[in-house]
Design a protein around this ligand. Structure first.
Ligand SMILES: Cc1cc2nc3c(=O)[nH]c(=O)nc-3n(C[C@H](O)[C@H](O)[C@H](O)COP(=O)(O)OP(=O)(O)OC[C@H]3O[C@@H](n4cnc5c(N)ncnc54)[C@H](O)[C@@H]3O)c2cc1C
Length: 398
């Protein structure tokens, strides 16, 4: 029988109970609150389970679940609220460069922070007002405009510029921030710095009024002559693009798990409705057209889950994490989340279109997951580059 390791099955049950018992009762409140509202109470409850330190090795005070366990937890959270999943998911994205590419000294300084009594969150800051995908596609780095700059002064770097849409930034302890070294074109000198967000010169502009994921905050960070010591560089000068890509390869399985969770949440509403609603003298699911829709939705979710489980397993068992499986898993999961939410709306009809039914929230969140950690276009380029440049077509298709 296909099963997950026992400890991950147990984690799944714990996270499902947390999502159902703590998040679900207030999910509408979380969704309808003002954009800058942040529910620390839920974060504290989640932190009691260690949701903010799932992939960190036990030697650093983490739970040592790796990417596979983290992904399974993300599906459970996103099936109820993708925003809550992303609070913990974005923290993992902020930890990933340190886990993957930092030296022991940097790991010793930042990873144990997550085992304190008060929950600690982190951010990964890549996107900027003038540079989105240009900071994710290596060939386009030279075209990136007005990128956050890092000027070397002695044993420090002086950082200036703006990052945008950064999840958790307003509530995080530190961010992994990608800045371009002075004198390099575009983002060709991209370098990853760990920057505590209470450093002098760091300020925040408004919180983004997002259409979904409203329980997590997306914020603009302004860096005004922020001084960062050289020892806070992750993985060496000029290696930022490589580190960012490795971080994405590691993390895309977990984002695919969030999309799978969103699809599952919408599907659960559709099956519940189709099992109760009677039209034409029988329950909706007994009509063949509806049965076909439900069966297609179930199949897509099952396939999506298997893809993210495989991608996450591979990310845990190969260094560096693979390009192909995580990109394929995210490309597929993001698409089917939108398709399943849309089909669920068609199964439920007008009731699903009314806001308090909750289905429309899944539609909004399905669209969001498609944007971060690689749009479909960025993923397609990563997949085809891998297939052609490394001559892997036969292996991948097999
Ligand atoms: C919910 C949410 C959370 C987020 N959290 C974070 C975060 O924590 N940290 C962070 O750094 N960012 C975050 N982002 C931002 C996100 O990563 C970026 O929005 C994303 O990388 C795309 O950048 P952009 O929006 O500037 O789009 P652009 O780069 O302007 O792209 C717009 C469109 O053009 C396409 N495109 C661009 N270049 C190419 C190309 N070369 N070939 C083909 N098509 C192309 C894109 O695929 C897209 O469809 C978040 C976004 C959302 C929605």
């Amino acid at each position: 029988m296909f099963t997950l390791p026992k400890e991950i099955e147990e984690l799944k049950v714990l996270v499902r109970n947390f999502a159902q018992n703590h998040v679900k009762p207030i999910v509408r409140e979380l969704d309808q609150a003002p954009a800058d509202d942040f529910n620390w109470k839920i974060v504290r409850e989640g932190a009691k389970l260690g949701l903010h330190r799932l992939p960190i090795p036990k030697e650093y005070g983490g739970l040592g679940y790796g990417i596979l366990g983290t992904s399974v937890a993300m599906e459970e959270l996103a099936a109820v609220d993708a925003g809550t999943a992303l609070i913990f998911g974005a923290t993992m994205l902020g930890q990933a460069p340190i886990l993957l590419s930092a030296d022991r000294e940097l790991q010793n300084r930042f990873l144990p922070l997550f085992s304190s009594d008060e929950p600690v969150l982190a951010s990964n800051a890549i996107t900027e007002p003038d540079a989105g995908c240009d900071l994710l596609i290596p060939e386009n780095a030279k075209y990136a405009m007005n990128v956050l700059s890092a000027r070397k002064e002695g044993n420090e770097y002086v950082i200036n510029g703006v990052k945008k849409y950064i999840t958790n930034a307003r509530v995080a302890k530190f961010a992994c921030v990608y800045a371009n070294l002075e004198d390099y074109v575009g983002a060709e000198g991209l370098t990853c710095f760990v920057i505590p967000l209470d450093t002098d010169g760091v300020t925040f502009n408004g919180i983004a009024d997002k259409m979904g994921y409203r329980s997590c905050l997306g914020t603009e960070i302004v860096f005004n002559n922020v001084r960062v010591p050289a020892e806070n560089i992750v993985g060496g000068e000029g290696n930022g693009m490589l580190i960012s890509i490795q971080q994405m390869n590691m993390a895309r399985g977990t984002v695919a798990a969030i999309s799978t969770g969103i699809a599952r949440g919408a599907f659960e509403l559709a099956t519940e409705w189709a099992g109760e609603r009677i039209q034409g003298g029988k329950k909706l699911y007994e009509h063949q057209f509806t049965a076909r829709k439900l069966a297609e939705m179930a199949t897509k979710i099952e396939a999506s889950r298997l893809l993210y489980l495989k991608a996450s397993f591979e990310a845990d068992n190969s260094l560096p994490a693979p390009v192909f499986e995580p990109a394929v898993a995210k490309l597929y999961a993001d698409r089917i989340a939108i398709e399943v939410a849309e089909e669920a709306m068609s199964v439920i009809g007008a009731r699903g279109y009314i806001r308090d039914h909750h289905l429309e929230k899944y539609m909004r969140e399905a669209l969001g997951a498609r944007i971060y950690e690689g749009t479909p276009e960025v993923l397609a380029l990563a997949i085809t580059d891998f297939l052609y440049q490394e001559d892997k077509i036969e292996e991948a298709v097999w």
